[in-house]
Design a protein around this ligand. Structure first.
Ligand code: ATP
Length: 536
C-alpha cells in the first residue's frame, strides 16, 4: 500500500512538479541516473523532447518514472528535496550577490561628483562631511494645500533631522506613502542622494531601494508594465524581479523624485485599478496604482515635490508629510565652511552675504548658497566676476535657451536645441562655471540630452537674460530666435550701464518685469518660482 502511494503522489502532484522542477531537469536526471532509477535510454527519451520545451521534458520524465514502477517513483521523491535545497541555496547566494551589485550601481548613479560639483575637494574624506545638516518638519499626513506651502514648521509639527527620516523610511517595516515637500533648490534631490548612498554603505539593511525620477518617467511614451519598467531600469535585477515583487513588496522602498516635473496628469478617481505588475498600462496609471497601494501592496514609497505639486496626491493617501525648512544662519555658515577653499574665504563669503539682507534671506535655500559660494569662491565681493569677456555671446545664448526652456517647461535639451542657439556643447564646460551643462544619459532610454547642472541655474540664467534684454531695450520674448546670441552679446557688453539703470528702473523695464511675473504666475506649475525670485 505504502509502495503504491509514490506513483499516486507523483500523479496527483503532476502540475506542481512540472511547474516547479522543469527548470532543474538536468540536475534531476543526473541524480536519478546515479541512483539507477532511470537508464541511458530513458535519458535520451526525455532529452529528445527538448524541442518542445523543458516543461514537456519534465512531463516525459514523469511518464517514464510511472512506467518504471514504484521503485523509480520512490527514488524520485527521495531526491526531490536535495534539488530544492541546492537551488534554494544557489538562488539565495545569487540574489545576495545581485543585491550587492544593485547597491553599488545605485550608489554610483547617486554619486556626488557631478551633483555637488563644487565640493570635489571633500570627496577623498569622510563623505558625511560633504552634506550640510538641514532641518525638516514632520507631520502625519497633510490636510490642506496651504499647509504644504509654507517653509516654517507649524504648530504640532515635529522637528527632525536626516537620521530620523532615514530610519522611518528604511528601518520601520512598512511606512506607506511619505512625501517630502520643499521649494526649488531646497535640497530634495540632495536628500535622496544622501539616503541612497548611506543605505548602499550599510551592510545590514533590511530594505531594498529602487529609485526613479519623474524626469526619467516623462521619457516613457509607450504603455508598459511595472515589471518591465523596473527590469529595464535595473537590468541586473531582471532574473529576480518577478519573484521579489510578488513575494514581499514590503521589503522595498521606492523613491520617486520630483513629482512637480511629471508631465502626465494623475487621475486618482478614474484610473482603472490594477494590481498586476505584469499588466501593460500608461506610465501615469502605474504611478497612481503604486501610490494607491494596488500595485506592490505594502511597499514604502517616498515622493519628493515642490510645494505647488504636492496636492497632485490626495491627502488621504499620504501617511507622513515632511517639509524641508532650509538652512538656518548657522547651517549656512557650516555650508560655506565646507565648500569654500579656506576658512578665510568662507568668512569673506559669509560677510558678503550677511551685508546684503535679501541675499541672506535667499541663502536659506541651499541652491542659493551653492550659487553664491561658486560665484564668490575666492571670497571676492563680485558675483560672477568673469562673466564679461570673449564668451559672453555664448553665455547670453545659454540664457536665452534657459528662458525658452522655462516657457516651454523643458529641462532637457537636445543637440538640435543647442545648435539653434549657436551653442557648442564641447565648449560649454569651459565657458561658465566649468560645468554649466552635463550630458544626460537617462538610463531608461539611453538617449543623449543636456540639462543645466541644476534647474536653479537654468532659472538664474533665464532671469539674467530677461533682465539684460529688458534693460537693453529689447523684448526678451521676441529674442528667442536662433540669432539671439548676438543681441545678448551686445546686452552683456552694456552690463555696467545696465546695472545703473537697474538702480533707477524705467517704466518700460518695470513693465517687462511685471510681464515676467505674470507669466510665472500663469504657469501654475511653479517651475518659474526661482526665476521670479531672481528677478525681484
Ligand atoms: N544638505 C545639503 N548639503 C549640501 N548642499 C546641499 C544640500 N542640500 C542642497 N544642497 C545644494 O543645493 C543644490 C540644490 O539642491 P537640490 O537639487 O537637492 O534641490 P531640489 O529641492 O531637489 O531642487 P528642485 O526642486 O529644483 O529639483 C544642490 O546641487 C547642492 O549643491
Amino acid at each position: 500500500m505504502a509502495d503504491e502511494s509514490c506513483s499516486t503522489e507523483i500523479q496527483q502532484r503532476r502540475v506542481e512538479l512540472v511547474g516547479n522542477y522543469s527548470k532543474h531537469l538536468t540536475h534531476l536526471l543526473d541524480l536519478l541516473f546515479n541512483v539507477g532509477a532511470v537508464t541511458e535510454e530513458d535519458l535520451s527519451l526525455v532529452r529528445g523532447s527538448a524541442v518542445r520545451g523543458e516543461r514537456e521534458c519534465m512531463r516525459v520524465l514523469l511518464d517514464v518514472l510511472n512506467g518504471r514502477g514504484e521503485e523509480a517513483c520512490r527514488a524520485f521523491l527521495y531526491v526531490l528535496p536535495s534539488v530544492q535545497d541546492k537551488t534554494a541555496k544557489l538562488g539565495q547566494a545569487n540574489r545576495q550577490e545581485h543585491l550587492k551589485k544593485h547597491k553599488d550601481i545605485l550608489a554610483r548613479q547617486h554619486g556626488l561628483v557631478d551633483y555637488l560639483s563644487i565640493r570635489r575637494h571633500c570627496l577623498g574624506h569622510d563623505e558625511t562631511g560633504c552634506w550640510t545638516d538641514i532641518t525638516f518638519s514632520r507631520q502625519a499626513g497633510y490636510a490642506s494645500p496651504s499647509q504644504c506651502r509654507h517653509e516654517s514648521a507649524g504648530v504640532g509639527d515635529e522637528i527632525c533631522i536626516f537620521k530620523d527620516v532615514y530610519e522611518n523610511l528604511l528601518c520601520s517595516p512598512a511606512s506607506g506613502v511619505n512625501m517630502l515637500s520643499g521649494d526649488a533648490g531646497s535640497g530634495k534631490t540632495t536628500f535622496v542622494r544622501r539616503l541612497v548612498r548611506e543605505w548602499a554603505a550599510e551592510t545590514n539593511s533590511s530594505k531594498t531601494v529602487l529609485s526613479l525620477s519623474f524626469r526619467e518617467l516623462n521619457l516613457i511614451t509607450q504603455e508598459q508594465s511595472l515589471q518591465d519598467l523596473l527590469s529595464d531600469h535595473y537590468i541586473h535585477l531582471k532574473p529576480f524581479l518577478p519573484e521579489l515583487l510578488n513575494s514581499n513588496p514590503a521589503q522595498f522602498l521606492l523613491i520617486l523624485d520630483g513629482l512637480d516635473e511629471f508631465c502626465y496628469p494623475l487621475n486618482f478617481e478614474h484610473t482603472p485599478k490594477c494590481s498586476d505588475p505584469e499588466r501593460v498600462q500608461p506610465i501615469q496609471s502605474i504611478v497612481v496604482n503604486l501610490i494607491k497601494g494596488n500595485l506592490l501592496p505594502g511597499v514604502s514609497i517616498f515622493l519628493t515635490s515642490r510645494p505647488h505639486a504636492v496636492t497632485k496626491v490626495p491627502p488621504v493617501l499620504v501617511s507622513q508629510f515632511y517639509s524641508l525648512l532650509g538652512f538656518s544662519v548657522a547651517q549656512q555658515k557650516q555650508y560655506f565652511e565646507q565648500n569654500c577653499s579656506s576658512p578665510e574665504a568662507a568668512e569673506a563669503v559669509l560677510a558678503s552675504v550677511s551685508s546684503h539682507k535679501p541675499l541672506l534671506l535667499m541663502c536659506h535655500i541651499p541652491a542659493f548658497c551653492w550659487i553664491v559660494s561658486t560665484a564668490l569662491h575666492d571670497g571676492g565681493s563680485c558675483l560672477f566676476p568673469d562673466t564679461a569677456g570673449a564668451n559672453s555671446g555664448e553665455k547670453g545664448s545659454l540664457g536665452a535657451m534657459a528662458f525658452k526652456g522655462l516657457l516651454e517647461r523643458r529641462f532637457i535639451f537636445e543637440s538640435s536645441d543647442l545648435n539653434s542657439f549657436n551653442l557648442d556643447s564641447a565648449n560649454l564646460s569651459q565657458v561658465f562655471l566649468s560645468e554649466i551643462l552635463k550630458e544626460d544619459r537617462a538610463s531608461l532610454t539611453f538617449e543623449k540630452g543636456f540639462h543645466f547642472i541644476h534647474t536653479s541655474m537654468q532659472e538664474f540664467l533665464a532671469a539674467l537674460y530677461y533682465v539684460l534684454q529688458s534693460l537693453s531695450g529689447s523684448d526678451p520674448f521676441s529674442g528667442l530666435k536662433p540669432s539671439t546670441g548676438c543681441s545678448i552679446q551686445n546686452a552683456l557688453k552694456q552690463m555696467a550701464s545696465a546695472v545703473n539703470k537697474f538702480n533707477t528702473p524705467q517704466r518700460l523695464f518695470r513693465r517687462r518685469i511685471k510681464k515676467a511675473l505674470r507669466c510665472g504666475e500663469r504657469h501654475q506649475s511653479g517651475h518659474m518660482d526661482l526665476f521670479a525670485r531672481y528677478l525681484l
